[in-house]
Design a protein around this ligand. Structure first.
Ligand SMILES: C[S@@+](CC[C@H](N)C(=O)[O-])C[C@H]1O[C@@H](n2cnc3c(N)ncnc32)[C@H](O)[C@@H]1O
Length: 295
């Protein structure tokens, strides 16, 4: 697997001596993991049924398990919505959000996090853009998530007559953390793509924050690792709004968030964010920020 020269330059600057380990992990296939859908069956009832898959608990998500099996997405249990095939790091944002009341999932398709949010005692507004509604609708139905309302709006201009208790912005991104799943992402990667996405990400996080009740919580997450798309976007929000970052207490190995990148200094509280390289926990790469609306 080859990487572009600029990609190597960026990650050499970020990781120094750890670059080779990082590239090595990007070349390894991901461990298979599932999240048991507790809307349909409790974990203790499901575990004996999947014993043959040698389930191993994922420490940061009580319903998440690594499994040793092929074709779990083709099993009747999948069709029945007994579980969702979901990458272990992707289970983090809903856990961090602590869903309650009315929740907006602004970029929801195909619905792994929507269906996870729906397992909590809350109502979920799951939004995405036009062409992405079909997989979202299918997964919500498959999982029997009757507390989900689908909306189809441009999240950057999302209209609502009321404010939300919680907002999840699982933003579109360059997806570097997901290269292990799809090598195509490495081929498509460019600094230009990062710059284009940053503008959308800033508008999404701003709109999401403005739709939040005072005292409410917003989680911003991506499956990429470029500082501009992560720490840079959160820094932008902190500097322009009454937002404060909260600590993320999870049993997980984490890397230091980036506080300075190519001449830009980010807010010191950004050290509370979660930056996960694939080599930290043998997962996808991920970034998660937990923001509180002051007031
Ligand atoms: C990282 S994916 C979301 C994955 C999803 N949260 C999950 O866990 O299954 C990002 C999503 O953002 C959506 N998106 C991109 N631009 C958007 C916009 N302006 N408004 C709403 N959604 C947008 C994409 O269609 C895509 O489905």
């Amino acid at each position: 697997m080859e990487f572009k020269k600029e990609f190597i330059e960026d990650y050499k600057e970020l990781l120094g001596d750890e670059l080779e380990v990082f590239l090595d992990y990007l070349r390894r296939p991901l461990r298979k993991s599932i999240r048991i859908n507790t809307i349909k069956k409790p974990v203790k009832e499901m575990l004996p049924r999947i014993e043959g898959w040698k389930p191993k608990a994922i420490p940061w998500c009580a319903e998440g398990f690594y499994v040793e099996a092929r074709g779990v997405g083709n099993e009747p249990g999948h069709c029945l919505g007994h579980y969702y095939v979901q990458e272990a790091a992707s289970m983090i944002p809903p856990v961090v959000l602590e869903p309650e009341g009315v929740v907006l999932d602004m970029c929801a398709s195909p619905g792994s996090k929507t269906t996870q949010l729906a397992t909590y005692d809350c109502v979920v507004f799951a939004n995405d853009r036009v062409r992405r509604m079909a997989p979202l609708q299918h997964n919500v139905q498959r999982c029997g998530a009757t507390n989900v309302i689908l909306t189809r709006q441009d999240g950057t201009r999302y209209h609502s007559n009321f404010l939300f208790d919680r907002v999840l912005v699982d933003a579109p991104c360059t997806g570097v953390g997901a290269i292990r799943k799809k090598y195509e992402i490495a081929r498509m990667w460019s600094r230009r793509a990062i710059n284009q996405l940053v503008s959308t990400q800033k508008r999404l996080i701003t709109r999401g924050f403005n739709l939040l009740k005072p005292g409410g919580i917003l989680v911003y997450s991506t499956c990429t690792l470029s500082p501009k798309e992560n720490e840079g976007v959160v820094d932008y929000l902190l500097r322009s709004h009454d937002a404060e970052l909260e600590e993320i207490a999870l049993p997980i190995k984490r890397s230091e968030p980036v506080l300075e990148w190519r001449g830009e200094n980010y807010h010191s509280s950004i050290s509370k964010c979660l930056r996960l390289y694939p080599q930290d926990n043998d997962t996808e790469g991920f970034f998660v920020a937990k923001v509180m609306k002051v007031g």
